[in-house]
Design a protein around this ligand. Structure first.
Ligand code: 0CM
Ligand code: SF4
Length: 334
């Protein structure tokens, strides 16, 4: 038709992998299983994972979230969140006669063990992480006299160590890979004998979600990251998207938080979600976008994930006990 140009086609780039990681899946199932096995209430110290929807859903099922162990009534069951706790928290729970279920992600536990090992060998440990974040509080608590927090490259200038020939860096599991490497480079310049962790502390899920966002960032006008404000790994995805070239990137808990104005002049929208985000929330965003002409969805795949973790041992033991009781009951009936 003369004088008319076809409107550019609108599409969504959908990141893969996105959403739940193995540690979150395990932690959320652990709360559900504990509610099933023991009945409500199950106390959970700190948000089991940093996601508003997950916390609200579990609250409706009978979980009670608290920030301090002292808030849990004597004799109750308390679960520790995926982000891990300091040894002192285990002591507090024992003093309060609480039964504990530890849903700390095994990849966080791995960092705790590294910290203990290097502290026993009398290293100064430079823990790269965000001040005040629950995971960093837990890891630091393993060896408070040996650990110094380094919150980004700008913190390096003020770092001091006892012996520059005996220094190691470790990190929070949910940091930006690139920013962490910047911090490590600055630390290495200051302490040339700095040694690195025996294996990656930034977990596979954090790394893969950032890789996928990097791939879509250059092509997307706008990137929508589904995740909560207190979720470190989700917030990092917004930063990575912008650094990868996205004109804009926003974090939303739910589709209802999307502002129509963000879509003005936009033809390609990238969508992803943090490691603590249920897929149903991403589906809500895709429906919102489809209703506005973004029906075409293309997957941007950066990695395959197949890792799973078994349930916390306290629940597994109970499952074994239950199975044994059932077998005994059946044998008796014969
Ligand atoms: O550490 P972060 O704030 O990203 O936590 P999260 O609950 O959003 O994600 C999963 C984890 C861990 C540890
Ligand atoms: Fe574990 Fe990584 Fe998931 Fe955190 S983001 S729970 S460290 S797998």
């Amino acid at each position: 038709m003369v004088g008319m140009t076809a409107s550019p086609s609108r599409k969504v780039l959908l990141a893969a992998p996105r959403g739940y990681c193995a540690g979150v899946d395990r932690a959320v199932i652990a709360v559900e299983k504990a509610l099933e096995q023991y009945g409500a209430p199950i106390y959970v110290r700190h948000e089991i994972v940093h996601n508003k929807y997950v916390v609200q859903t579990l609250e409706r099922k009978g979980a009670i979230f608290v920030e301090q162990t002292a808030e849990v009534p004597e004799g109750s069951i308390v679960m520790f969140s995926a982000h891990g706790v300091a040894p002192v928290v285990h002591e507090e729970a024992a003093a309060g006669k609480l039964a504990t279920i530890d849903a700390t992600c095994p990849l966080v536990t791995k960092v705790h063990k590294e910290a203990v090992r290097f502290a026993n060998d009398d290293y100064d440990i430079l823990l790269i992480g965000h001040e005040g974040h629950e995971e960093v509080i837990g890891t630091s608590g393993e060896a408070p006299d040996h650990i110094t927090l380094v919150d980004g490259p700008e913190d390096v200038a003020k770092v001091e160590v006892r012996d520059p020939s005996k220094v190691v860096w470790l990190s929070q599991t949910t940091l930006s890979v690139d920013e962490t490497m910047e911090t490590v480079d600055a630390l290495k310049e200051k302490f040339p004998q700095l040694i690195s962790p025996p294996s990656d502390d930034i977990c596979y899920a954090t790394q893969n979600r950032q890789l996928a966002v990097k791939q879509m960032g250059a092509e997307a006008d706008l990137v929508i990251v589904v995740g909560s404000r207190n979720s470190s790994n989700s917030k990092r995805l917004v930063e990575v998207a912008k650094l990868a070239g996205a004109r804009e990137a926003y974090l939303v808990d739910f589709a209802e938080e999307i502002d129509e104005a963000w879509l003005e002049g936009v033809t390609t929208v990238g969508v992803t979600s943090g490691a603590s985000v249920p897929e149903v929330l991403v589906e809500g965003v895709l429906e919102y976008l489809a209703a506005r002409g973004f029906e075409d969805v293309e997957i941007v795949k950066a990695a395959e994930e197949s890792i799973t973790f078994s349930l916390p041992k306290e629940l597994r033991r109970d499952l074994r006990a239950e199975a044994a009781a059932l077998i005994a009951e059946r044998t008796e009936k014969k």
